[in-house]
Design a protein around this ligand. Structure first.
Ligand code: SF4
Length: 105
């Protein structure tokens, strides 16, 4: 489609296929583009170190973004949230690791 804004997320990782969190992230960017410009992008782009993927902007991903948003809003309302993974590497690269009581280091 002509005249559409395509969000691009560039990662430093050298991955051979898109990860689920990255697909959710680029879908959220597609939703922002749609909201701000009033034009629905047909896809977003995930760029890794040596590979690039067109991620179709699909309703199933959009529903998940909205579900995650709902959960985040409830966590904010409750005033607490907890680690949802067991990935030490993720904590090691996290900007909040110095203050996070649940970090895996
Ligand atoms: S340091 Fe804390 S906030 Fe960061 S990824 Fe680990 S658990 Fe999550």
């Amino acid at each position: 489609m002509d005249n559409e804004y395509i969000p691009v997320e560039e990662k430093t990782a050298d991955l051979k296929s898109p990860t689920f969190p990255h697909v959710i992230q680029i879908t959220a960017y597609c939703m922002l583009v749609e909201d701000i410009y009033g034009i629905t992008p047909s896809y977003g782009i995930l760029k890794y170190k040596n590979a690039e993927f067109k991620i179709p902007y699909e309703e199933r991903w959009k529903k998940l973004v909205l579900q995650f948003r709902e959960k985040m809003l409830k966590d904010i309302e409750r005033g607490e949230t907890h680690r949802n993974h067991n990935n030490k590497r993720k904590c090691n690269n996290c900007v909040r690791k110095e203050y996070c009581p649940e970090r895996l280091l």
